[in-house]
Ligand binder design. Sequence first.
Ligand code: NI
Length: 389
Amino acid sequence: MYMIQKIDKISQVLKNDVIMWRRHFHRHPELSNQEKETSLRIQKILKSFNISFRKAAETGIVAEIKGKSRKIIGLRADMDALPVKEETGLDFASENQGIMHACGHDAHMAIALGVMAVFSKLQDLPFSLRCIFQPAEESVPCGAPRMIKEGVLEEMRYLIGFHVWVGLETGSFSVIKGPVMASADRFSILIRGKGGHGASPHKTIDPIVAASHFITQLQTIVSRKSDPQNPLVVSVGRVSGGDAFNVIPEQVEILGTVRTFDHKQNVLAERNIRKLLKGIEAGFGVKTHIDYEGFVPVTYNDPGLAEKVASILSSSFGNRSVITDEKPIMGSEDFSFYSKVIPCCYIKIGCGKSEYFHHSNKFTIDERCLDTGVRAISKILWGIGSLPS
Ligand code: NI
């Protein structure tokens, strides 16, 4: 109990600093893999608390507070902003034209720094704490695999990830067991026909008509081939082909994504997409080519760890503040790569009800979530670190 009160006390002192850090990050957002100023700012703050760190994946940082044992508990925060033109009207709105912290990663860095600052003031930690500041969560290729390659998970026992979450009241949390976010595959399809005059379709092989049939058939994979009890999303995000109203083009390109919680579903989707393309070739006389790649796996919460995290949060914030029966979402997150390697738990931290969701140009957070976040994550790390090994 003593340590929990100490964490609250130190967090209270740091509260305004954490808000200032977040506002600074918000004012100076940087895109994926370009987080240079962001990285420097993190380094400066870590230095001011005498926390040691090393760089990884160019703009990433791995900070470590060594305790009495080499039992390492990890925390991960993402660093990148989005190519969004901010319209919040905040007085600390983005100064970088067309770039905005529209997902809340500014808050993630501030919370993680707050947590590290808290632990830097605790003596004789029974475990060691490592914080991964990871670049490029939003882009492809994403930052997590690079950080793993650079050894950030070495000797690490557990890793905690989190996201501030709009729609969840400040002071509330969501922790679920098993899948939290879906896997994401990406496909790129080329349908090649024979171009010609729009007035003489019989002298062409029209890839636009073939592509249109393919796109409508694609949804039958979800409605007719997939087990309705096992989630699957197939979406086309981009179709491009043709230049003029009266010319039938040579080819059409289709880009899309497949989301699932179960690898069997990815296999089913890919196999059926390929089958449908064969059918389109036979029926329309076009040639098709597909590149299908898995790019983010399922984000998976270790059940035992998630249970421990939920109980730590409940004892500190009350049972009603901790949601444990939320459904996983079909969005994806590159935290998943870590969860494939070691036991992980990804938590949602409520940042208020707003009509503007993440990635909106009017996205804002209730800044009280920063202090809640620092306390919650610190207590979780303390609780997990103190588990008997
Ligand atoms: Ni995000």
